[in-house]
Design a binder for this molecule. Structure first.
Ligand code: NAD
Ligand code: UDP
Length: 320
């Protein structure tokens, strides 16, 4: 059996994005060779600029919609735009990225014998009728709505992962990621944490969609990456899915208040229309992650926001 603590050739798709760049950094820190593959749709070289001279790091421009031939021991498949405005920009490409991307990378895993991780999402639960969401809940997803390119694309990718596991014996790991935030989120990404922080720092109104009564659970990026690595390190077969997220649940209105307080901003709050199919509540049940991975988040929302605000403050002062 392979020792997954040895140095490995690791492929990270979407490695120049927010989560991917933190993951590349962590894997290099553990002594692995990292091949970062990205088409730079939402990611950027800037996110991995500090890794470019590293002798064990390689960056490759490639679209996962096309097959990839490389030799690797581990694959983390993160390629896919994650913010609603980004994934709705070209919805057909979003579905292709999730479905064809999964297919090509699973074929690569089958050929090389690599263990493969899928960055799935809490969006597979849709607008959930069960609260909190555990992995045995099948979800409540609109298959024809504006979010379905992302939700259904990720659901189909999960199906492919499980079928490659059952049919071809591929060693798969499916993580369902709940809202995650931190440094290197794109400032114009459109997601709520980056929007609120950038608006507060600029003294612009914070845009709360609807009444702000909808809830989300926010996980700090370092906690999440720790969950990824533990999941991939586990040697016993463990396809998942496993929820990874912080069970602390907040209304969007409460998040806006907290960001205003932590930035000492005078920004007002304005209300904008609620986007179509916006889930009303979301909170992970992480019992499975605790049991199988011995994992739970350690960074509270306030602390994570302070670190993320410091990052955006620097970025805005640099003129980004
Ligand atoms: P991100 O947009 O910052 O990163 C996605 C990366 O994938 C970008 O670098 C982008 O350029 C790249 N990409 C997109 N399409 C591609 C393609 N066809 N070929 C190659 N590269 C492509 O988003 P993120 O927050 O870092 O999300 C990473 C992964 O985690 C995504 O799969 C996302 O669905 C999943 N996820 C994220 C969250 C979250 O809260 N951040 C929650 C659930 C799931
Ligand atoms: N949201 C908001 N203002 C914004 C951006 C988002 O009120 O400027 C809301 C959005 O409607 C949703 C929640 O915040 O209810 C989380 O949105 P995000 O896009 O970050 O993630 P997702 O909807 O994919 O969970």
């Amino acid at each position: 059996m392979r020792d997954y603590n040895e140095r490995r050739q690791v492929l990270v798709t979407g490695g120049a994005g927010f989560l991917g760049s933190h993951l590349c950094e962590r894997l290099l820190g553990e002594g692995h060779e990292v091949l970062c593959v990205d088409n730079f749709f939402t990611g950027s070289k800037r996110n991995v600029a500090h890794l470019l001279g590293h002798p064990r790091f390689e960056l490759m421009r490639h679209d996962v919609v096309l097959p990839l031939q490389v030799e690797v021991d581990q694959i983390y498949n993160l390629a896919c735009p994650a913010s609603p405005p980004h994934y709705q920009h070209d919805p057909v490409q979003t579905t292709k990225t999730s479905v064809l991307g999964a297919l090509h990378l699973l074929e690569l895993a089958r050929r090389t014998g690599a263990r493969i991780f899928q960055a799935s999402t809490s969006e597979v639960y849709g607008d959930p009728e069960r609260h909190p969401q555990a992995e045995d809940y099948w979800g409540h997803v609109n298959p024809v709505g504006v979010r379905s390119c992302y939700d259904e694309g990720k659901r189909c990718a999960e199906t492919l992962f499980m079928d490659y596991h059952r049919q071809h014996g591929v060693d798969v790991r499916i993580a369902r990621i709940f809202n995650t935030y931190g440094p290197r989120m794109h400032p114009n990404d459109g997601r709520v944490v980056s929007n609120f922080i950038v608006q507060a720092l600029r003294g612009e109104p914070l845009t709360v969609y609807g009444q702000g009564e909808q809830t989300r659970s926010f996980c700090y990026v370092d906690d999440l990456v720790e969950g990824f690595v533990r999941f991939m390190r586990r040697d016993a077969p463990c396809p998942g899915p496993i929820n990874l997220g912080n069970p602390g649940e907040f209304t969007i209105a409460a998040l806006a208040e907290q960001v205003i307080n932590l930035t000492n901003s005078r920004s007002p709050i304005v209300h904008k229309p609620l986007p179509a199919d916006d889930p009303t509540q979301r909170r992970p049940d992480i019992a499975r992650a605790r049991e199988k991975l011995g994992w739970e988040p350690t960074v509270q929302l306030r602390e994570g926001l302070v670190r993320t605000i410091a990052y955006f403050d620097r970025l805005l002062k640099e003129g980004a």
